[in-house]
Design a protein around this ligand. Sequence first.
Ligand code: COA
Length: 325
Amino acid sequence: MKAYIAGIGIYVPEKVLTNFDLEKIVETSDEWIRTRTGIRERRIVDENTATSDLAVIAAKRAIEDAGVKPGAIDAIILGTATPDMLFPSTACIVQSKIGARKVMAFDISAGCSGFLYGLGIADAMIKNGYDNILVIGAEALSKVMDFTDRATCVLFGDGAGAAVVKKNNDDESGIISSYFASDGSDWKLLHQPAGGSRIPASEESVKKRLHYIKMEGNEVFKLAVRAMIESAIETLKKANLSPKDIALLIPHQANIRIIEATAKRLDIPMEKVYVNLDRYGNTSAASIPIALAEARAEGRIKKGDYVLMVAFGAGFTWGGLLMRM
Ligand code: COA
């Protein structure tokens, strides 16, 4: 028995923020952003929209795509670094808005690895008797972006993706293997300092701009490449497969240079790597489900294909998950 993705849904806000728009906000250029990151534009929520609003639309679409009713959902797992608020969980808000039964609903804080962590948890739950698990990755990162810090504000975007994970007793398709890891020793390289119990909100925390994302881009870059390679190798090892068996690699969409370095080390040609960060930037926990949905819509995934997803995010967290379609 395997757990498989029976339906996917995504939603990105309509408002597009291009590199040229950013040129008017901070001292940067389209050329710098494109050559250093591969990003051309990203989607941004309006001031009245929060993460759960994006998540609800993606979740409803995934449920419809899976051909189930909201009442059939047995658990809701939502990965996000930008919850509507610290508590209650954004997953609970989604539970009530999609008309699910009063089932288990919780957020996971694993940064950009949140969706893959969620799929891993869903896989384990399915093997323990659950069915119809809604896994969501959703972010409104623009709400915590410092639009005076050119080193971070050009990188991120908003969006949501969701999947309904079900039991498969019939054929070979489903989650084959996964690998997850974390290391908190370098947490300071990517974090949002204030708003929690360490530095509660105060006049000073606002004045010092501590409610925004802080990142040491160069250091994060190196760790990301290493972790994505490790994730791919360990996930494939568990399945007794090698990179050449993979039909499509779907990496977390952070930076084209991170993706290219990962693919090169794995000897996977870029034709077999899905990239859409030029249009969305880094949408953190939403990046892999959005990429998976678009790859499917573009016909890049066929029945029987092996698809490998790898992620890396704040924590640091990282991991891989291999699926047979
Ligand atoms: N526009 C123009 N110049 C910029 C800039 C911008 N948006 N952001 C930074 N710079 C400048 C820096 O100030 C620096 O100038 P200096 O040399 O005069 O000090 C110069 O560009 C080089 O900065 P550096 O940080 O060395 O660039 P980089 O090649 O490492 O690229 C990142 C920076 C952020 C694009 C890159 O490090 C990166 O993508 N890191 C990973 C981030 C990430 O993916 N995080 C999420 C992980 S899930």
